[in-house]
Design a protein around this ligand. Structure first.
Ligand code: 2BA
Length: 108
């Protein structure tokens, strides 16, 4: 058995969850925040038998789009005024996915 942890964008979450449910793959949705942009994203946790891992990954890949976001970061302007806030373009991925071996799985 594997545990798939997928960090995706909020906008894609409903479609990914529906696609997983259609394949009878259970999923838990967590509201999370990225450490770099400090804005909300969604983390999905799904425990699946090994033979369903590819189906789960396909559902995630097919429904997650990369998008460009703009973040305001402190940047040195090289003058005595010190720092200015400079908008930077950040490409946020479709999905960041970890696949872990599950040592034990219980439902009590
Ligand atoms: P954030 O940490 O908010 O990062 C958003 C996007 O900012 C990243 O997109 C990447 O394009 C950029 N970025 C992140 N750290 C950066 C840095 N130090 N310098 C310049 N640009 C940086 P993604 O790579 O697609 O990541 C999307 C979200 O997935 C991340 O949100 C974070 O929540 C999670 N994530 C990505 N890689 C991870 C990892 N190795 N471990 C845990 N979470 C990860």
């Amino acid at each position: 058995m594997k545990l798939i942890i997928a960090i995706i964008q909020d906008e894609d979450a409903s479609e990914v969850i529906s696609a997983l449910n259609d394949k009878e793959i259970p999923v838990t949705r967590l509201s999370t925040k990225g450490g770099f942009l400090r804005s909300g994203n969604t983390t999905l946790m799904t425990g699946v038998e090994d033979d369903k891992v590819e189906q789960a990954l396909t559902a995630i890949e097919d429904h997650c789009k990369a998008r460009t976001q703009y973040a305001t970061m402190p940047s040195s302007c090289g003058t005595m005024h010190g720092f200015i806030m400079a908008p930077i373009e950040v490409r946020v991925g479709g999905a960041t996915v970890f696949v872990l071996d599950v040592e034990q799985f219980h439902k009590f």
